[in-house]
Design a binder for this molecule. Structure first.
Ligand code: ZN
Length: 88
């Protein structure tokens, strides 16, 4: 009972964060997964999340407005063990 309340509180907090628009939410019955996304108001990438560096071998440079934030995972239920291979 206490654990369920904690999950509900966490989900409510996640929903609040979502409204800020800085996170992408993935949820299923096993977990809630929040991935940081670029801020639209970011002065560096303007929400693109990065930019291409010049030169002969262009690379995508990740902007610090999302890459320096951690992903947030909330485990909801125990993930079942991988099923045994069918007997042939
Ligand atoms: Zn940025």
């Amino acid at each position: 009972m206490r654990a369920r309340t904690a999950v509900l509180v966490a989900a409510a907090a996640a929903a609040a964060v979502l409204k800020a628009g800085h996170w992408e939410l993935y949820a299923d019955r096993h977990r809630i997964h929040l991935t940081p996304v670029a801020r639209r108001s970011c002065p560096d990438c303007r929400g693109a999340g990065g930019w291409w560096t010049g030169g002969p071998f262009p690379e995508m440079e990740a902007c610090g407005c999302w890459s320096e934030r951690r992903e947030l995972r909330i485990r909801l239920l125990r993930v079942p063990a991988w099923p045994d291979e069918p007997p042939f």
